[in-house]
Design a protein around this ligand. Structure first.
Ligand code: SF4
Ligand code: MG
Length: 324
């Protein structure tokens, strides 16, 4: 395997009082060395759950019910917590949505960096201090801020400190859950540019979860569009942006007209995503789809090849598969 990450048939269920609810259904995801893969979709589509399942950070009531997560050839799903702890931070790391929640408010940034390093390696105090200063410089923060508490930093600086922490051991893979969503648009763009620059310079791969298609258009190599727990379209970012094959991807792109051409009225997608405990029959998107065929409410689409991409839509099924 030449890639860093190879996810096959991954499914995640939440135990609920109404019975098990499948939040992620049979997802495949490949990430090559140094590749930037974006996972996009509305809130509740399963994209964060997928990310936490990949990083083995799910806790009850959520659990992986099927599939494998091969990271550099090791299946993380069946790995012991002890072995996982060796890989976490050193080989792959996670950047959460809100640094304010992820960082400990009563410890300085330096103390939290030291905790992370001490938990995963035997380093001297001097080595820890040197590395902490290096990663702060990498993300463009004056190392003097190592002495700061999280609340003394701006929102953008806190997110950058989280990214610095994720890079302490120069991992092969960094998974990021909406790391810019708490920031204003200008700070978002500058943080995205910085993540991309670091990725190019250090060569790590990124899986980046976001609800904002426009945010990843310039930064990701490949795109995975999720809807109701499934991948509905996947392909090179350019191909998906230029010719979205799935009606849902088209709807997401229409919600951001400024990146797609001249400014037009926002159309978006009518309605909301389905209740995962009561999924529509056939194609899960059919109640909201403006292109639905008579077969769509009864026939479940597979992922069909469309040029360089794949789309889970009967419009792209080889002809014999569509029943009249
Ligand atoms: Fe729309 Fe049918 Fe394609 Fe589903 S399978 S996205 S309902 S056209
Ligand atoms: Mg989320």
């Amino acid at each position: 395997m030449s890639g860093v990450l190879e996810v096959r048939g991954l499914s995640v269920q939440y135990a609920t009082p109404r019975g098990p609810v499948t939040a992620v259904s049979g997802v495949d995801l490949d990430v090559g060395r140094g590749e930037f893969v974006a996972v996009v979709g509305e809130s509740g589509c399963g994209k964060s759950t997928l990310l936490y399942a990949v990083a083995q950070l799910l806790s009850p009531p959520a659990s992986v019910t099927a599939g494998s997560v091969l990271f550099k050839g090791h299946n993380l799903v069946t790995m012991s917590e002890k072995k996982l702890n060796v890989l976490r931070w050193r080989d792959f790391s996670v950047v959460m949505q809100s640094a304010m929640n992820a960082l400990n408010p009563v410890r300085t940034i330096a103390a939290q960096f030291a905790d992370a390093m001490n938990a995963h390696a035997k380093l001297s105090g001097k080595e820890i201090a040197t590395r902490s200063e290096e990663v702060m410089r990498l993300v463009g923060i004056d190392p003097a801020h190592l002495r700061s508490y999280p609340h003394q930093l701006s929102g953008g600086m806190r997110q950058r400190a989280m990214i610095a922490m994720a890079l302490l051991f120069t991992p092969d893979l960094v998974v990021m859950d909406e790391p810019t969503s708490a920031l204003d648009v200008v700070a978002q763009r500058s943080l995205m540019a910085q993540i991309k620059e670091l990725q190019r310079a250090l060569g790590f791969a990124v899986v980046f979860v976001t609800h904002d298609m426009s945010l990843v258009s310039h930064f990701s190599d490949r795109l995975l569009v999720m809807y109701a727990g499934q991948v509905v379209e996947t392909g090179p970012t350019r191909a998906v942006f230029d010719t979205p094959a799935h009606p849902y991807s088209r709807g997401l792109l229409d919600a951001f007209p400024s990146i797609h051409g001249p400014r037009v009225a926002l159309t978006g997608i009518p309605g909301g995503p389905p209740d995962l405990g009561a999924l529509p029959s056939g194609c899960r998107f059919h109640p909201r789809c403006g292109s639905a065929l008579p077969a769509c409410p009864s026939q479940e689409p597979a992922l069909y090849r469309v040029g360089d991409a794949e789309a889970r839509c009967l419009l792209h099924a080889p002809v014999p598969e569509v029943t009249p």
